[in-house]
Design a protein around this ligand. Structure first.
Ligand code: 5CA
Length: 445
């Protein structure tokens, strides 16, 4: 993409309504525009990152055998009356009437609807296990929408629902979600710690939240610092191997890590003092095992191998897709702007032409651009008639992890400059080497 042809409405001034850095940078970098409290348009740059994050979420769900579908945002109230949640949900639920006066709602979550799909089509234990998920907009009329996409009213969520024949299988589905989430967050350059949590309106006693540590997080968290060293990395395992999956979960959950809702001071004090941490975190996901809460209420039964009918065992598992943008920025920025981890960056590399209109720099930039595109990469070429300082400031603000700077002096010696946004370190290299290095970084060589 050429910046002169792109739509990147960056703001020079700090927007006064933004209290935290991720919100400030998302507005300044022209990623989002607020349309109403907690409701945003996703401008091209923000939309691109959102799609990258969504793509990683899909890949990791599909990797462990979960199946995507799509449910609507609007739901009939009657479905929610069956579970009893239509009255329980309170003012967070946006209630709407259609022209026939039928009561509808904008879904804050989808347990009832997925249970309805299940009971309509699944009859036998032979069709289990089954995990269906979607990535869809939700609406919760939050009392205090704030911090931009972190606590929105309309927000994008991955919500998945597991159906199993018995408790052990359902707990395996829970564990399988846990390991798939660990990999999902790691691919986004995040350390998200599973912490024992409270279940709220979803229900059940078995639940973990995934927290990214950040001073601006809304949750108070208590943990053993040993958990921050754990990484799933590139381990290969079979998602249906219950023992291995349970071992990985045990590794990530056996140290003390809890949110304030489930914090236990006496247990916490058993952690060696030098490893005890009290901090703040951003909740980027939550998994729940709640057994037959919805299946019993809504008559979602299956025939067992003995021929009897039992309510199906369920869990639900969510990732805050739009909130993740905020969390990633909170964890990756400096005073000049965002620093995208390579896994989610909107463009792989920026090209800065220091002398626009100069035939040699223009043609070198064009050659770089084509070579990078030829490798399957997406460069953002700043081809505007701007001062070098302004071009650098834009690149630093929007946070592409790599920048190639092309100027007449370097070119005379056959060199361009390859700069890391994270370390600020630069290297003088030939055009070919610059392309190769970037291709290598993104694993497309
Ligand atoms: N049905 C279950 C999971 S399938 C569910 O609704 N879980 S949840 O309530 O924990 O939400 C899942 C994730 O959505 C949260 O972990 C959080 O990351 C994100 N989320 C929740 N509320 C908001 C909000 N107001 N704005 C942005 N993201 C949110």
């Amino acid at each position: 993409m050429r910046l002169s042809r792109y739509f990147l409405p960056v703001l020079k001034e700090n927007p006064s309504e933004a209290q935290i850095v991720s919100h400030r940078y998302m507005l300044r970098a022209g990623m989002i525009k607020q349309q109403a409290a907690g409701i945003y348009s996703w401008l091209p740059l923000g939309f691109k990152v959102l799609k990258r994050i969504e793509q990683i979420v899909h890949e990791e769900q599909i990797r462990v055998g979960h199946i995507p579908l799509m449910m609507p945002t609007l739901q009939p109230a009657d479905l929610w009356r069956e579970s009893g949640r239509y009255d329980d949900y309170g003012q967070e639920m946006l209630r709407i009437k259609d022209r026939q006066g039928r009561e509808m709602l904008y879904g804050p979550t989808n347990e009832e609807m997925i249970t309805d799909i299940f009971r309509s089509h699944v009859n036998s234990y032979k069709e289990l296990p089954l995990t269906l998920y979607h990535v869809q907009w939700k609406f919760r009329d939050e009392m205090r929408p704030r911090f931009g996409v972190m606590r929105g009213r309309e927000f994008l969520m991955k919500d998945g629902y597991s159906f199993d024949i018995d408790r052990d299988s359902a707990l395996h589905a829970y564990n399988r979600h846990m390991v798939s989430y660990l990999r999902t967050y790691e691919r986004m350059g995040l350390t998200a710690i599973p912490m024992r949590a409270a279940s709220g309106p979803i229900g059940g006693d078995n639940t973990h939240e995934f927290l990214v540590l950040a001073e601006t997080g809304e949750s108070e968290v208590f943990y053993d610092s040993a958990v921050t060293d754990l990484r799933l990395g590139t381990r290969e395992f079979d998602a249906e191997d219950r023992e291995t999956v349970a071992e990985i979960c045990a590794e990530f959950t056996s140290s003390y890590a809890r949110t304030d809702e489930t914090h236990d001071e006496a247990l916490f004090n058993e952690v060696p003092e030098e490893r005890r941490r009290v901090a703040r975190g951003i909740e980027v996901g939550q998994i729940f095992y709640f057994g037959t809460k919805y299946s019993e209420a809504m008559g979602a039964n299956v025939v067992t191998s003995y021929g009897s009918r039992v309510p199906v065992e369920m869990g639900s598992h969510g990732i805050g897709v739009s909130r993740l943008l905020g969390a990633i920025i909170e964890a990756n920025h400096d005073d000049k702007g965002i620093i995208w981890p390579e896994g989610v960056t909107p463009f792989h590399v920026g090209i800065v032409n220091l002398k626009q209109g100069d035939s040699s720099t223009d043609s070198a930039c064009n050659a770089l651009y084509s070579a990078l595109v030829g490798k399957g990469l997406e460069p953002l070429y700043d081809d505007r008639e701007e001062r070098a300082g302004a071009k650098f400031a834009t690149m630093d603000l929007i946070g592409l992890p790599w920048r190639i700077t092309v100027g007449p002096r370097g070119l005379a010696a056959g060199k361009v400059e390859l700069t890391s946004r994270r370390t600020g370190e630069s290297e003088e290299v030939s055009l070919e080497t610059a392309v190769e290095r970037v291709a290598q970084i993104y694993g497309v060589l």
